[in-house]
Design a protein around this ligand. Structure first.
Ligand SMILES: [Fe+2]
Length: 396
């Protein structure tokens, strides 16, 4: 029997595992208490349950979004009783004459509080010795086999950089692959750009010069989350890509140079682009933290920094800490270096993986690299949707 026939709907389209099942369910002081087969106990607030009730009165059966206003639920709503029904469905009986609700056991367990939030962070931090090359996957195979494509996306999420190799030199292929993940995020460089030498460059990227480690688009309120570089042709010498895990750099600074780490988290630098027809400007610290102190992003680009207007003392603190960060970014200990080979598609997290390149000799051959931006959310959504699809295919 299909899961959908055995269990109530869930307020989403996810697949909820049934590895841990409810042994018993009851009311405890008006809340739902569930004892699970692994010995754990969870408690569920009446409002949490009521607004996630999958019945058609409260959840739109097609959109799976609630139709309730918070004020539709009576003050003092209580769970009066609960039962385990066949296949582990949890039935909740209510006060105020409200109709009973039934919950999918996997959904209830997956959204329960067990003393701490489930660990979502999957980042694997690396130095050059630990990760001399990006995690690499066969391109044509990834395009044929969703499991290989998913493995590439997982590596991009976890390592911040991941490569497909041996792709054909084909017009439109980069766009097709990126759109398989999500929508392109355009920029002032267009929907797609080519890393070529321009007569009147609006970025150092459009020269054959070496590029220091940086992120792109620090000039935006939220810099683009992902970048994809597809090398379609390269017969020049030099021009190797140089990548560094800025999360590794930041975590090492946190431990080894805590004053600099604090300054890098606290002092806002402003970044502006230097183009004749656009004028983007945004500010932020080099190291962004969330409320728990977890690093969530990096804003580091030496040549796009605007003048720092601050007191001498603050300038001193800002420059010392920026130089401490730069010393690590330019240290080979942190630098993964590799040549762009024809057929390589290098994807990276633009707010985590610093990128740069050696200079190259443009007179000695041709070099044709296409680039596209997208955002992290698109990657995470694609991963969840593909995991869902593959897990359903695995279900007998
Ligand atoms: Fe760049």
């Amino acid at each position: 029997m299909e899961d959908a026939e055995k269990h109530p709907l869930t307020p989403d389209f996810e697949t909820w595992p049934l590895a841990t099942m409810p042994n018993s369910a009851r009311s405890e002081c008006g809340v739902l208490l569930v004892e699970w087969s692994d010995g754990t106990v969870s408690r569920h607030h009446p409002f949490f349950l009521a607004e996630n009730d999958p019945s058609p009165e409260t959840l739109h059966p097609l959109s799976r979004e609630t139709t309730l206003s918070p004020l539709d639920l009576p003050d003092g709503l209580e769970v009066q009783g609960a039962e385990i029904e066949p296949h582990g469905t949890v039935r909740v009986d209510w006060s105020h004459g409200r109709k009973s609700s039934r919950f999918h056991p996997g959904w209830l367990h997956g959204n329960a509080w067990f003393g701490k939030k489930p660990r979502l962070e999957t980042a694997v931090l690396w130095t050059a010795a630990q990760q001399p090359e990006p995690p690499t996957f066969n391109g044509p195979q990834a395009l044929q086999d969703p499991a290989t494509f998913l493995a590439w996306l997982h590596a991009l999420r976890d390592y911040g950089v991941a490569r497909l190799e041996a792709l054909p030199n084909q017009d439109g292929l980069l766009m097709q692959i990126v759109e398989q993940i999500g929508p392109v995020r355009e920029s002032n460089f267009g929907r797609m750009y080519t890393l070529e030498i321009k007569d009147d460059p609006d970025s150092n990227a459009f020269t054959s010069d070496a590029l220091m480690q940086h992120i792109d688009m620090p000039t935006r309120e939220c810099p683009h989350g992902l970048q994809f570089l597809f090398c379609r042709d390269n017969s020049t010498s030099g021009g190797e890509g140089i990548y560094a895990d800025a999360y590794r750099i930041a975590e090492d600074l946190r431990v080894e140079e805590p004053k600099h780490f604090a300054a890098l988290c606290e002092i806002n630098w402003t970044y502006n682009n230097r183009a004749k027809t656009t004028s983007y400007k945004a500010s932020g610290p080099v190291i962004e933290l969330d409320a728990q102190g977890t690093i969530t992003g990096i804003r580091y680009n030496t040549w796009l920094r605007a003048p720092l207007i601050a007191s001498l003392a603050d300038q001193d603190r800002a420059y010392r800490s920026y130089r401490a960060f730069a010393a690590r970014a330019q240290d080979p200990v942190y630098q993964m270096k590799f040549a762009y080979r024809p057929g390589d598609l290098v994807a990276f997290d633009n707010r985590r993986a610093l990128h740069g390149r050696n200079g190259y000799d443009a007179a000695g051959g041709t070099r044709f690299i296409e680039g596209i931006y997208a955002d992290r959310d698109d990657l995470y959504s694609a991963i969840r949707a593909l995991e869902r699809k593959l897990s359903k295919e695995d279900t007998p």
